[in-house]
Structures are given as structure tokens and as C-alpha cells.
Design a protein around this ligand. Structure first.
Ligand code: SAM
Length: 292
């Protein structure tokens, strides 16, 4: 059987199953090609007329994708973002942040220190280090499992000298440090949406997804803490998924700039100091994230 035939066979099985895409691909064909080619250790531009080496193994992985609804990234222990490969397993969310594609647009600024808050697999810290070649980076997360994955990726991309990975409850480990750029893709799924998570998402750590009642518990704490950690011209870049309306409701009064429907940026002077944070944000900002 050729690679093309195997891909077509897997695609057909995926199309006939109630699968949900969104962890690296958005359709059955791309998902099948990814599973077959990378499952066989081949590059994406392999000659599809070549014979497929280990059909049984790929069929086994396709079975698990269909029956257990495991994202391909977890089956292969590999995800791709902005053309770069990352190691990933169930301790960290599958990399897919919209912030990745925005990084080159911040290159005009003078960026010496970058913080990747809620780093997960470390994907944004790695991509930021590759984009801002002279910058020093801190990559923080509260989950020891996610940090182990992030360390693997920092080592894999040979960035250990510039990217420091630390365990931290948001800004706790970097008191008194200011950054030119703070990137964050925090947990932001509301309690209602958490109750209806499709099976693929249930393989990801709850702690990486759950953001409290309206999804904004962590975002509120980040907005409250960011002014103390941004340089004069510093920028906060925050991903919020489909929570734009909730953010606009809860933080009305803050000058947030929406660079994509899922991502806002805030300059330091647009963020209030903790003492004059909007009441709703302040009241909820002291809550710790739920233990998952
Ligand atoms: C949506 S994931 C984002 C991961 C990564 N930045 C990405 O884009 O793939 C959110 C991450 O926030 C971490 N997290 C949750 N609560 C946290 C907290 N209080 N302080 C720091 N990190 C936290 C989770 O462990 C998870 O890795």
C-alpha cells in the first residue's frame, strides 16, 4: 500500500467518525496525513507514491483517535506551531495559540525581556525567543507536569541560555521584574463550557482550560498584576478564545485593543493600578485558580 492509499484509508475512517478537529488541523484529510506521515517518522513533503512501512501501527493509532478521541498530537507526542515542532503529552495543552502568528508584528518594538505567563508546553516562549533574538525570557506555569514539557521543548530548541522556566502562580516568582512584552494564553473556559467539553478536550489538563464561572478568573488576576510587571512602553498580549464579549463586559473601562477576535493587547498606561482596578475585576482577582 502506498502512503497516498494509507492516508485515503485513514481519512475515510476519520470522516465516518464523529471526530472533533482543532488540535492542529481542521479536517479529516489533514489529520490523516499528519497521523500517517509523522506516525511513520516522515517529513510532510514525503513522496506519497512510496510504500507505507508499518500500516498496522498506523491503523492502531487511527483506532485510538476514533475510539478514545485522543488528539493526534498526544498520540504522536508532537505538535506543530508556526512551522516548528514541539514535544507534547497529556501534561500540557496541545499548542495552538493565536499569539504565535502575531509575534513578528511586535518586532518593531525594542524587546529585551519577555514573559510567557501560563507557558504550558513552552511553545510561545520558544517562538518568542526565536523571534526576538537578543531577548531574555521567563516562562512560568503552576503545573509541574506542564513545566517538565516546557523544559523539554526549551532544550530541544537549544534555548536554555535565554529561556528560564519556573514554577509560579502567575507573577509570584517574578516580583520586581518588568518586561517589554508579556504574552499569555491563560485558562479561559467558562464553567458552563467546561461542563460540555468535547471528548478531545477532556484529554487536556483541566487546569489548562478552566477559568472559573465566566472563564475570566485568571485574566482578572493578570490584568491586575500586569502594570507592576510592564516597562514604561511594555505591552500585554492576552488570548481569550471566544470570550471577547465577556471581557468587554467585565473590564469595560479598560482600553483594550483587539488585534484578533481571540487576542487583545493592553499598554501599561491603559491598565489601572491594582488600587483603581474596576470593582468586579478586583473582587474576583484575589481568587486562586481552582485546584484541578
Ligand atoms: C491554555 S494553557 C496555555 C499553554 C501555552 N501557553 C499554550 O499556548 O499552548 C494555560 C496554562 O496555564 C497554566 N496555569 C493555570 N493556572 C495557573 C496559575 N495560577 N499560574 C500559572 N500558570 C497557570 C496551566 O497549567 C496551563 O499550562
Amino acid at each position: 500500500m502506498t502512503l497516498a492509499e494509507l492516508i485515503a484509508r485513514v481519512e475515510q475512517r476519520f470522516s465516518a467518525a464523529p471526530l472533533l478537529y482543532g488540535h492542529g488541523t481542521d479536517n479529516a484529510h489533514d489529520e490523516a496525513a499528519w497521523l500517517v506521515l509523522r506516525g511513520l517518522g516522515l517529513p510532510f513533503n514525503a513522496d506519497l507514491e512510496n510504500t507505507a512501512a508499518d500500516v498496522k501501527r498506523i491503523e492502531g493509532l487511527a483506532d485510538r483517535r476514533i475510539k478514545e478521541r485522543i488528539p493526534v498530537a498526544y498520540l504522536l507526542k508532537e505538535a506543530w506551531l508556526a512551522g516548528q515542532p514541539f514535544y507534547v503529552d497529556e501534561r500540557a495543552i496541545v499548542p495552538r495559540s493565536h499569539i504565535a502568528e502575531l509575534l513578528p508584528s511586535f518586532k518593531r518594538r525594542s524587546i529585551k525581556r519577555v514573559l510567557d505567563l501560563c507557558t504550558g508546553s513552552g511553545c510561545l516562549a520558544v517562538l518568542a525567543a526565536q523571534t526576538f533574538r537578543g531577548a531574555e525570557l521567563d516562562a512560568l506555569d503552576l503545573s509541574p507536569g506542564a513545566l517538565a514539557v516546557a523544559r523539554k521543548n526549551v532544550a530541544r530548541h537549544r534555548l536554555g541560555r535565554r529561556v528560564r522556566v519556573h514554577r509560579s502562580d502567575l507573577f509570584a516568582a517574578v516580583r520586581n521584574v518588568r518586561y517589554d512584552l508579556i504574552l499569555t494564553n491563560p485558562p479561559y473556559v467558562s464553567a458552563t463550557a467546561m461542563g460540555k467539553l468535547p471528548p478531545e478536550y477532556q484529554h487536556e489538563p483541566r487546569m489548562a482550560l478552566a477559568g472559573g464561572a465566566d472563564g475570566l478568573d485568571l485574566v482578572a488576576r493578570i490584568l491586575a498584576g500586569a502594570p507592576e510587571h510592564l516597562t514604561q512602553d511594555g505591552l500585554l498580549v492576552c488570548e481569550i478564545g471566544d470570550g471577547k464579549a465577556s471581557v468587554q463586559r467585565r473590564f469595560r473601562g479598560l482600553k483594550l485593543e483587539w488585534v484578533k477576535p481571540e487576542v487583545f493587547i493592553a499598554r501599561r498606561d491603559a491598565l489601572p493600578s491594582a488600587s483603581n482596578m474596576p470593582a468586579g475585576a478586583r473582587a474576583r482577582s484575589i481568587r486562586s485558580p481552582k485546584k484541578q
